[in-house]
Design a protein around this ligand. Structure first.
Ligand code: K7E
Ligand code: CUA
Ligand code: CA
Length: 608
C-alpha cells in the first residue's frame, strides 16, 4: 500500500516544493493509472460506529474555508449536523438576506474561514463562544454556542490575510488575538508608494472577547501566520514565514531562518497602561518591533507554518513546512529570554526531523505530538520528551518518531480530541486532507476534500473512516459532548429580539410600511398585505410555535427573499416593492400537514 503511494505522492510533493521555489505554483499533477490501496482493516478499541438512535461522543466544529461557513459535526460518526452561515449568503436559513444578518455582513458576503476556536475557562472549553477568522475580508465572527449562530462580526482594520486566531486560555478568555498573514500598508489608501513593500507592516490584533471591540494592535515588521496562546494567559505566539519582508515568493524564501514571534501580554498591558502607543483610526497601535521589548523573535527554520501549544502548557511547537523538522520551544524559558538573560534561540529545546512538509501539530495528552506532513501525506506521531532528550546529541538510529500513518492526500491541519485544552484525551484525531483522489465517486473538476478519522488511543494509529468534505475546511476543534450539549438550547427567549411580534398588523408611515407577522403552524398571522409600488416594506416575522424543532420559512415570490425562522426567533427583511402584482408569500419549511396552505398574499399596486 505505501509502496504504491510513495511512487505517486513523493515525487508530487517534491515537485510541488520545487515548483513553489521556482515560482511555479499549482504544479500539482497526479499520475494516471493509479489504483487505490485496499481499505485498511480498522482494529480499534474505541466506539467508532454510531448506530440509529445513538448519539455521538464529540462535537466537531470545522471551518468551512472559502465556503465562508462553519460546520458542526458529530464524532465519531463524522456526520454533518449543521452548517452555520458566517461570512456567506445562505438560502436555507436566510443569512445574508435578513436585516439581522445584513447588519453584521453589510454587502460583504464572501469569506474564507480557516480557524475555529472556543472560549476557555482554566485551560478548557467553557462552551460559551466560538470565534472564526475571515482571511479574505479581514473580519472575525463570534458564534454563540447556545444557539450555534453568529452574534457579532467585527471588521479588523490595518490588516490583510487575517489568519491565525486564538482565544486566551486562562484564567478565562478575555482576549482573542488575530494575526495578519499578509503585510500591508497601515494607511492603505493608495497614497504614497503602495508598491514599496518595505513600508508594509504585520499586525497582531487584540480583541475584547466579550465586547467584540479591538483593544489594541501590535505592529511588527514581519508577517504573522498561525496563532496560539499559552496556558497561563501571558503569551501569544505567531509563526512568521516572511521575515524577509518580501512581496514575491522568491523574496519570501530568501532566508534560511524565519521566526516564531512571541508576544508578552504582561508587557503589552504595561505599555497600554503607560500610554506607549499611537492612535491610528481610533485604534491603539503598539510598536512590537525587534527592540520593542514586547516581543521575542525566535529564529526557526525557513518558512514555518503551524504553531500549537502542548496540553501540559510546557511547549509551543512550530511546524517546519519547508524544513522537515518541528521546533520545540520551552515556554518556561521565555521569561529569561524576554529579560535578556538567554538568547531567543536558547528557548528551543528540540528540533526533531519528522518528515516532509510539516504543517500543524496536535496532541494526545500522553506526551506525544502528531504532526501533519503535507508532502509525505502522513500524520507522524512523535514523542516530545524523546525529541528533547536526543536534541544536539542524536546517535545513529535515534528518533523521536513513534508511528506514521498514510493519509489521502496532502494533509493540511490535523486535530485530536480536546487537544487544544489541558484535557486532551488522546482518543480521536482528524486528518483534514486537501485531496481525496480516488476515495470517492468522481463528481467533476472540483472534488471534495477527505477528512479522515483516526483512532489514536493505542500505540499505533488506526484509520477509522473517510468523510468527504465540501469546499474547503482547514481546521477543526473536537469538543467533548458533555461540555457543549447542556449549553445548546432548543430556542432563545422570545424577547431576546427587540422587535418580536406578539400581534400581527400593518403600519404605514408615508412610503414606509412595517408588517408584523406571527408564524404558527400552519398559518401566518396575516392573510393579505397591500402596498404601493415604490413603498419601502419591512416584514418582521416571529415564529411563536412552542414546539422545538419546528422552523417556518418565509419566501416572497419573485422578490429574492427567503429565510427561515426557528422557534421563538424573529427575523426581519426590508425591501422596495418594485414589482407590481400579486406575489405569494409562502412557508418554505415543511412544518405541518397543511404546510402548503401556509401562505399569504403580497399585493403591490402599480403606480399608475
Ligand atoms: Cu494551514 Cu489557514 Cu490553518 Cu490552511 S492554514 S491548512
Ligand atoms: Cu410553516 Cu411550513
Ligand atoms: Ca522566509
Amino acid at each position: 500500500m505505501s509502496n504504491n503511494r510513495e511512487k505517486v505522492m513523493r515525487p508530487v510533493g517534491v515537485a510541488l516544493l520545487i515548483g513553489v521555489v521556482a515560482g511555479v505554483v499549482g504544479s500539482l499533477v497526479l499520475a494516471n493509472g493509479w489504483a487505490p490501496p485496499p481499505v485498511q482493516a480498522a482494529k480499534t478499541t474505541l466506539r467508532t460506529e454510531v448506530r440509529p438512535g445513538e448519539l455521538d461522543d464529540y462535537y466537531g466544529f470545522f471551518s468551512g474555508g472559502h465556503s465562508g461557513e462553519v460546520r458542526v459535526l458529530g464524532l465519531p460518526s463524522m456526520r454533518v449536523f449543521k452548517r452555520i452561515p458566517v461570512f456567506n449568503i445562505d438560502s436555507g436559513s436566510g443569512w445574508g438576506i435578513t436585516n439581522e444578518s445584513r447588519a453584521m455582513l453589510g454587502d460583504t458576503y464572501v469569506g474564507d474561514t480557516h480557524h475555529v476556536h472556543g472560549s476557555y475557562t482554566d485551560g478548557t472549553y467553557n462552551g460559551k463562544y466560538l470565534w472564526v477568522n475571515d482571511k479574505a475580508n479581514n473580519r472575525v465572527a463570534r458564534i454563540r454556542v447556545d444557539l450555534l449562530e453568529v452574534d457579532t462580526i467585527l471588521p479588523i482594520p490595518h490588516t490583510q490575510g487575517s489568519h491565525g486566531i486564538f482565544p486566551q486560555r486562562a484564567p478565562h478568555t478575555e482576549w482573542v488575538i488575530l494575526n495578519s498573514e499578509f503585510r500591508a500598508p497601515l494607511k492603505n489608501d493608495g497614497r504614497g508608494d503602495p508598491v514599496d513593500a518595505s513600508t508594509y507592516t504585520g499586525v497582531h490584533t487584540i480583541i475584547d472577547a466579550e465586547k467584540m471591540e479591538i483593544i489594541a494592535q501590535v505592529m511588527v515588521p514581519t508577517n504573522l501566520d498561525l496563532a496560539a496562546t499559552d496556558y497561563s494567559g501571558r503569551y501569544s505566539f505567531a509563526t512568521s514565514y516572511n521575515s524577509e519582508g518580501g512581496a514575491t515568493i522568491s523574496e519570501m524564501l530568501a532566508k534560511d531562518r524565519d521566526y516564531l514571534v512571541v508576544f508578552d501580554w504582561d508587557r503589552i498591558k504595561e505599555a497600554l497602561a503607560s500610554g506607549k502607543f499611537n492612535v491610528v483610526d481610533g485604534i491603539k497601535m503598539l510598536d512590537g518591533g525587534l527592540d520593542s521589548g514586547l516581543t521575542l523573535y525566535i529564529p526557526v527554520p525557513k518558512n514555518p507554518h503551524g504553531v500549537n501549544v502542548s496540553p501540559d502548557g510546557k511547549y509551543a511547537i512550530a511546524s517546519g513546512k519547508v524544513s522537515p523538522t518541528a521546533s520545540v520551544i520551552s515556554i518556561e524559558k521565555l521569561a529569561d529570554a524576554f529579560d535578556g538573560k538567554i538568547e531567543p534561540k536558547d528557548t528551543i529545546v528540540a528540533e526533531p526531523e519528522i518528515g516532509l512538509g510539516p504543517l500543524h501539530t496536535t496532541y494526545d495528552g500522553r506526551g506525544n505530538a502528531y504532526t501533519s506532513l503535507f508532502i509525505d501525506s502522513q500524520v507522524v506521531k512523535w514523542n516530545i520528551q524523546k525529541a528533547i532528550d536526543i536534541y544536539g546529541n542524536t546517535k545513529p538510529g535515534d528518533t523521536a518518531v513513534v508511528d506514521r500513518l498514510d493519509v489521502h492526500y496532502q494533509i493540511g491541519h490535523t486535530m485530536a480530541s480536546m487537544a487544544e485544552t489541558k484535557e486532551a484525551d488522546g482518543n480521536f484525531l482528524v486528518a483534514l486532507n486537501k485531496i481525496s483522489k480516488d476515495r470517492f465517486l468522481n463528481v467533476g473538476p472540483i472534488k471534495p476534500e477527505n477528512d479522515q478519522l483516526v483512532d489514536i488511543s493505542n500505540e499505533k494509529m488506526v484509520l477509522v473512516k473517510d468523510e468527504p468534505a465540501y469546499i474547503e475546511p482547514h481546521d477543526c476543534i473536537i469538543v467533548r459532548r458533555d461540555i457543549i450539549e447542556p449549553i445548546v438550547k432548543h430556542r432563545p427567549r422570545m424577547d431576546e429580539h427587540p422587535l418580536a411580534v406578539t400581534e400581527s398588523g400593518i403600519e404605514r408611515d408615508g412610503k414606509k410600511v412595517t408588517v408584523r407577522v406571527t408564524a404558527s403552524a400552519p398559518v401566518y398571522g396575516l392573510q393579505r398585505v397591500e402596498v404601493n409600488e415604490g413603498d419601502e416594506v419591512t416584514f418582521i416575522v416571529t415564529n411563536n410555535d412552542e414546539i422545538p424543532d419546528l422552523a417556518h420559512g418565509f419566501a416572497i415570490s419573485n422578490y429574492n427573499i427567503n429565510f427561515a425562522v426557528g422557534p421563538f426567533q424573529t427575523k426581519s427583511v426590508t425591501f422596495t416593492a418594485d414589482k407590481p402584482g400579486m406575489h405569494w408569500i409562502y412557508c418554505t419549511n415543511f412544518c405541518h400537514a397543511l404546510h402548503l396552505e401556509m401562505r399569504m398574499r403580497l399585493i403591490v399596486k402599480a403606480k399608475a
